[in-house]
Design a protein around this ligand. Structure first.
Ligand code: PSV
Ligand code: MN
Length: 386
């Protein structure tokens, strides 16, 4: 049964440039042999993931981490490697001026600096051919009374409107996606803590503003697939940042901590049309590989998404609906679990081989010698990290 329903052929997962650099926790960033010293080397690594899986045709950039002098040349470099440059992520979380806020700051000069940074990101998008500007804000406060919650929300709306206005003026395709996160780095309140706040802000902007759902950005126990359903229903699910977590925003390999949750999310994506031909939902990874090799870590990640998507596509929708409508609680649950419990790995290996890809991308990577090659050749220079 290597014939999966056609949405499987449409599944494309964008990889983040930062996953190829060194990362860590606030305690330690570990260096590792072979880590890229340039954005070009990050893209070369990302291209290997796509070559071996056929699943990762684009690479997201983070500005200023991935600033280069010539984004047109970077675009050509990516295309020569067989990938595209994707979402542009802004960064207003590593500058002293933003200690008390960026788009929400009480000082208009600081707000303008943060807005100008987004204008710069829009210029980058024009050079790279990117569709999406993704905004995640590290803004909030640590102590009750420290900040005027309402004033910050109003300033946020105003700043976002200025950015959105510029974005929609440069072309027809560009979109703004606003990512939410319930805490960290702020610990008392966060200005965009949940999907409802992100939704309220993007709806006020216009039709080309959407919500980004990062799977690591909810309180433990949150029913994430419900949020997926609701945002799809409302037509505002712009993108996913996939990763998995045990405790907080762990940024581990997607599907590693809870494959069943990933299955449930993909089941709602499919149910809500998120893999239909005309869907504009972007599937991205937002992960760090602190201790494992980064390229195979990314390969494992995109394969996990594919595997749970394939299982979710096996849900017998007619049988499920019949059981649901008949009030057959356990029958409906069994139909759902039958799909989750199916081992699709042999069928996926066949599916890959039919498309000229290695049946086992993980084994193909291990046998390719690429890891040894980058470890031996990438000496000198400064390894990239955040
Ligand atoms: C914030 O935790 C976040 O999820 C945002 O997407 C950032 O851009 C990214 O992580 C940085 O790693
Ligand atoms: Mn994220």
């Amino acid at each position: 049964m290597s014939h999966f329903p056609s949405p499987l052929d449409r599944l494309a997962i964008e990889v983040p440039s930062w996953a190829y650099g060194n990362s860590g926790t606030r305690f330690k960033v570990f260096g590792s042999a072979g880590t890229p010293r340039s954005v070009e080397e990050k893209i070369a690594d990302a291209a290997v993931v796509h070559r071996l899986t056929g699943l990762a045709p684009s690479v997201a950039l983070h500005i200023p981490w991935d600033l280069v002098d010539d984004f047109g040349a970077l675009r050509t470099h990516a295309e020569e490697q067989g990938v595209r440059l994707g979402t542009i992520n802004s960064n207003t979380f590593q500058d002293d001026d933003y200690k008390l806020g960026a788009l929400t700051h009480t000082d208009a000069k600081v707000r303008q600096k943060a807005i100008d940074h987004h204008f710069e990101c829009i210029d980058v998008m024009l050079a790279t051919g990117s569709r999406d500007l993704k905004i995640w804000l590290a803004e909030g406060s640590n102590y009750p009374g420290q900040a005027d919650l309402r004033g910050r929300q109003d300033r946020l709306a105003e700043s976002l409107a200025t950015i959105y206005e510029r974005l929609v003026s440069v072309g027809e395709e560009q979109r703004l996606v606003l990512e939410y996160k319930f805490f960290e780095p702020a610990f008392y309140h966060t200005d965009v803590p949940d999907w409802g706040t992100s939704y309220a802000q993007v709806v006020a902007l216009g039709e080309r503003a959407h919500v980004c759902l990062d799977t690591g950005h909810h309180a433990p126990g949150t029913n994430i697939e419900f949020i997926v359903m609701q945002l799809l229903r409302l037509g505002r699910l712009g993108s996913f940042d996939f990763n998995s977590r045990f405790y907080a925003d762990d940024d581990l390999i997607v599907g590693a901590a809870d494959p069943f949750q990933l299955f449930r999310i993909m089941a709602e994506v499919i149910r809500g049309g998120g893999l239909d031909e005309d869907s504009e939902v972007a599937f991205m990874l937002d992960q760090c590989h602190n201790i494992e090799d980064k390229v195979p870590g990314q390969i494992r990640s995109v394969l996990n998404v594919q595997e749970m998507t394939a299982r979710a596509l096996l849900i017998d929708r007619d049988a499920l609906t019949a059981a649901q409508e008949a009030g057959d609680v356990l029958g409906a649950h069994e139909v759902y679990m039958d799909a989750f419990s199916t081992d699709v790995r042999p069928a996926l290996a066949a599916w890959r081989e039919e498309r000229g890809l290695p049946g086992s991308p993980m084994r193909a990577y291990a046998e390719s010698g690429y890891q040894r090659e980058i470890e031996e050749s990438r000496v000198g220079g400064t390894q990239l990290s955040w």
